[in-house]
Design a protein around this ligand. Structure first.
Ligand code: NCD
Length: 345
């Protein structure tokens, strides 16, 4: 695997390998010294053409824990705001010998364009492109779900899938790259995915997605999901009126106190509530965000381990690459090999 652009083209073996390595990275995070020498001398550039708090910080923490040098390239205040093209920016980064570029861009497909170009030799990680995909978010969600599932059913051992799990994704699916990446990844990992949202916020062609669609939240909850993932209403991507009022939206589609209580009444003691953040409190989610069912902070925490695994696997040239093998023993976390220096073209 040279780049991480989407979950749609990620095989189950690659996804599981990444989650397994992330488990080991998480063990590093619990040690007194949280740093590994694995990416010493390598340069990771965070290239963010769209605002972000947690994703950028998470990638920065992940790269630093692996001892990489990190350059944060925010578009505001850079020459990009003077009209510099993606190509010129990429070539500048290449001249600075970037080994990995973590890119967030408002245009769907921008990371794939960069990866397919000869502008740059670095590994490209998609940190969210338009309404298309956000693969590391889905991977951290899958990591969180896998841990939760293991807590109920047993220990999370290497290679554990999400088979048997039912995940309900709710809200603004139309504008959500998080929803898309999760639909592909969770189904690849064996989970059953349900979607619920107003028809105006569900994309055309959703009928061909591998999920069941509900137009009523309570009807979807009646299917007894093991996890409910609330999506942020992406007002910044809306150029029309997609729902009558925020009050109406929160009544029909918000995970409010009444629906939180409903889970108790239904005896769904183990159902968790997820949200990728940032949250519109009082709109798509309210007290549920702070309830013991919420995995929201665990998701943020797990994001660092998952991004460490992604950077490590891409930059170290994983010898297991895509090949499911029986001897899945690796020397993490005590003795991470330092990858060979990259050869320049
Ligand atoms: C998501 C994103 O940017 O796509 N947030 C994130 O990465 N933490 C979801 C969102 O913005 O709603």
């Amino acid at each position: 695997m040279k780049h991480l652009l989407s979950t749609r083209d990620l095989s189950a073996a690659s996804a599981l390998r990444l989650l397994d390595v992330a488990e080991e990275m998480s063990a590093v995070g619990e040690r007194e010294i949280k740093k590994l020498p694995a990416l010493r001398g390598r340069t990771v550039v965070n290239l963010f053409f769209e605002d972000s708090t947690r994703t950028r910080i998470s990638f920065e923490a992940a790269a630093k824990r692996l001892s990489a040098d990190v350059i944060n390239f925010a578009v505001k205040g850079s020459s990009v705001s003077k009209g510099e093209s993606l190509k010129d920016t990429a070539q500048t980064l290449e001249a600075m010998s970037a080994d990995a570029v973590v890119i967030r861009h408002p245009a769907s497909g921008a990371p794939a364009r960069l990866a397919a170009s000869d502008w740059i030799d670095a590994a490209v990680i998609n940190a969210g492109d338009g309404t298309h995909e956000h693969p590391t978010q889905a991977l951290l969600d899958a990591f969180t779900l896998r841990r939760h599932w293991a807590r109920i059913g047993g220990t999370p051992s290497a290679g554990t899938t999400l088979a048997g799990m039912k995940v309900l994704i709710v809200g603004d699916v139309l504008h959500s790259r998080v929803a898309r990446s999760n639909v592909w990844l969770l189904t690849t990992l064996g989970a059953e995915v349900l979607l619920a949202g107003p028809p105006t916020l569900l994309p055309v062609g959703i009928g061909s997605w591998p999920c069941t669609v509900f137009y009523d939240l309570d009807e979807a909850i009646a299917q007894r999901p093991d996890a409910v993932m609330m999506l942020r209403l992406q007002a910044e991507r809306m150029n029309a009126a997609f729902f009558p009022s925020t009050r109406e939206y929160s009544r029909r589609w918000g995970f409010d106190d009444g629906r939180l209580a409903l889970l108790d009444i239904m005896g769904l003691d183990d159902t968790v509530i997820m949200h990728p953040g940032p949250m519109n409190r009082g709109l798509e989610i309210s007290a549920a965000a702070d309830s013991p069912r919420s995995t929201i902070l665990a998701q943020v925490r797990n994001g660092v381990s998952v991004r460490m695994a992604a950077l490590y696997l891409l930059l170290s040239g994983d010898p297991h690459d895509d090949e499911p093998r029986d001897d899945e023993t690796h020397s993490l976390p005590h003795d991470l090999p330092i990858p060979e220096g990259r050869t320049t073209r």
